[in-house]
Design a protein around this ligand. Sequence first.
Ligand SMILES: [Zn+2]
Length: 245
Amino acid sequence: MRYELMLPHQIRKAIAENWPVALPLGVLEYHGEHMAVGMDTLAVIKMLELFEKERDIVILPPFYYGAASYAVAAPEGSGSVQVGGNALASFGEELFYSLLRIGFRNIHAIIHHQTENFAAGMPTDLAFKTAGRQAIFRFLEKERGEGWWGSEAMASYYAEHAEGGNFFNWVQVHPLMSAAMKYPFDHAGIGETSLMLALCPEAVDASHFEDNKSWYTATAKDASAELGQKGVAMIMDHLRATLLA
Ligand SMILES: [Zn+2]
């Protein structure tokens, strides 16, 4: 369900049944002359909408204003929007803390932008990972008081941790595509363009392929919805493994 359309009794049901609460996290960034600047975020939104057809899930309003960076293109006339990681971390902490206060304990931010180095991290995902950790510590301290971890009630912490019970899993950040996925990973090339043709064809205009001059868009003209559908199937498997109720 889309969070903004939920009634309080539906929110309470989602909390009681521990539904995954997913934040589509992304950027607005130049993706060549042939594709929309929202590509990275649109891919996450459209995939979560497909996932929702088979599982109970809360989809939060998307956050588009991540750290696109100007690595691909200067912003003038290109459309890239850059908000730095430090600002994102403080915003993200407030957002996650608020979601914890509501009662959600199964929160996931899903990101596609700059995720080829996800283990090491990039500014947007690192900021939201930091935000999640900060929010969890702040929430636990408010709820349980200082010294909560050292208290006798926590004596079984490591045993429960080993069994998977871990409040640091309350907020997680995941890439839309796993590193193991056999799908072309690129920026505005055949991989991303095919994905958009499959998920959101209005974000691609083939009549502008020939306006592209950059190396990273050279393969875009070979994109197809068929290839994109293969990516969609792989991402669905990845989401099934990642977003467990
Ligand atoms: Zn992209």
